[in-house]
Design a protein around this ligand. Structure first.
Ligand code: SF4
Ligand code: SF4
Length: 364
């Protein structure tokens, strides 16, 4: 309560050129009033959170799945529902769920019905497959090898039932990433672009477009050298060294690495960011060379569903995907899922043990 009063007296911070505006001004008034003073919360049904404050105030939050890329029609539709059945306050989660807050339990049922009637599912809480997170894809970024949001939409259509129910052993976070090097995250199951051939260089453009020393410096395995080609300054790649990471393509687009045939999708499992129950884990490669096959990516969906339903059947309560694999062991994981195991799955790099701080657990 004291914090809420302090907030009311405090002025909003001055807008700055970059960064998002202060979120407090958009919050539901009950949330501002009880900020920092919540007594407990529970989930009366999948997709609904219920928070109770020390003051006795209660608030219900309805979580709605969206198709990720929203146009004016969808935004108007969703806002009309929120104005009619909610209380005019919404927020987006980091996984692009829409959350609508209401101060009365009686409003929850009609709100859910209105979203369902408009084709929007309510769920994504607790032990569900929550909304799949994706990187920006063709919509915003200049280097993607696939449309990460398209992979997400087609997969969420396949996993609809797992979004609206809470029937997994623990929550499942699925992520996608449309290049191999930048903004993808760790996930219980991750779908990441995988280039399989070195970049093709357009030597006529390199001198005009690229700063050659910075491109040379970008390569993690020192495979790029300056070269003169057809009398013009350019670059060359030692293809025996190149690991096809794609790091040279963003600073030098004439080093084109995206390829309709050779840019594939790979699936990784067992990553998690949270410190709950076990320390954070890096995901591991389990399937590679899957076709990058828009608009529905059926081969990727088949492998993801195989892993997900094996986990659902075999894991113990509260085991995340990575915990489950640690318990049964990788050989058993490949046996149960039926995925082929090859020598390329063996990760024998040990540098991270000394150099990366992978956990917030206290160690001595
Ligand atoms: S993952 Fe790579 S390609 Fe995709 S949005 Fe991020 S930087 Fe761009
Ligand atoms: S793709 Fe990666 S490894 Fe290959 S040349 Fe470019 S930066 Fe180097």
């Amino acid at each position: 309560m004291a914090q809420a009063q302090a907030f009311e007296k405090k002025q909003m911070r001055t807008p700055i050129e970059s960064g998002c505006p202060d979120g407090m001004q958009f919050m539901h008034p009950l949330m501002v009033k009880n900020f920092g003073n919540w007594k407990y919360h529970d989930r009366p049904r999948p997709g609904v959170l219920h928070h109770v404050a020390y003051s006795g105030d209660e608030i219900w939050t309805v979580r709605v799945g969206t198709q990720r890329q929203l146009g004016p029609y969808e935004i108007n539709l969703l806002c009309d529902i929120v104005d009619k059945y909610g209380e005019g306050h919404v927020r987006f989660t980091i996984r692009s769920n829409l959350e609508v807050m209401v101060s009365k339990w009686e409003k929850v049922g009609p709100l859910i019905q209105a979203f369902n009637d408009a084709g929007y599912p309510v769920g994504g809480t607790g032990n569900s497959v929550t909304m799949i997170s994706h990187t920006q894809g063709w919509l915003h970024c200049d280097i993607p090898g696939t449309d990460a949001s398209g992979v997400v939409k087609s997969l969420m259509d396949e996993l609809y039932e797992e979004f609206i129910k809470e029937e997994m052993p623990n929550r499942v976070h699925i992520t996608t990433s449309c290049c191999q090097i930048n903004c993808g995250g760790q996930g219980d199951i991750a779908i990441n672009v995988q280039h399989t051939k070195p970049p093709k260089i357009n030597h006529d453009l390199v001198a005009n477009v690229c700063e050659r020393p910075s491109v040379v410096a970008r390569c993690p395995v020192a495979a790029i050298r300056p070269a003169i080609v057809n009398g013009k300054p350019s670059l060359e790649v030692d293809e025996k060294k190149c690991i096809c990471c794609g790091a040279c393509y963003p600073p030098c687009p004439p080093m084109q690495i995206n390829d309709p045939e050779h840019s594939k999708l790979a699936i990784w499992v067992g990553g998690k960011n949270s410190n709950a129950r076990s320390k954070p884990m890096f995901q591991k490669l389990v399937a590679a060379g899957l076709p990058n096959n828009p608009p529905r990516w059926p081969e990727v969906a088949a492998v993801v569903k195989k892993i997900l339903y094996t986990y659902k059947k075999d894991a113990r309560d509260w085991e995340r995907v990575g915990d489950w694999v640690e318990r049964i062991g990788w050989p058993r994981f490949f046996e149960l899922t039926g995925l082929p195991f090859t020598k390329f799955h063996i990760d024998n790099w040990r540098g991270a043990r000394n150099s990366l701080n992978a956990s917030a657990h206290i160690r001595f």
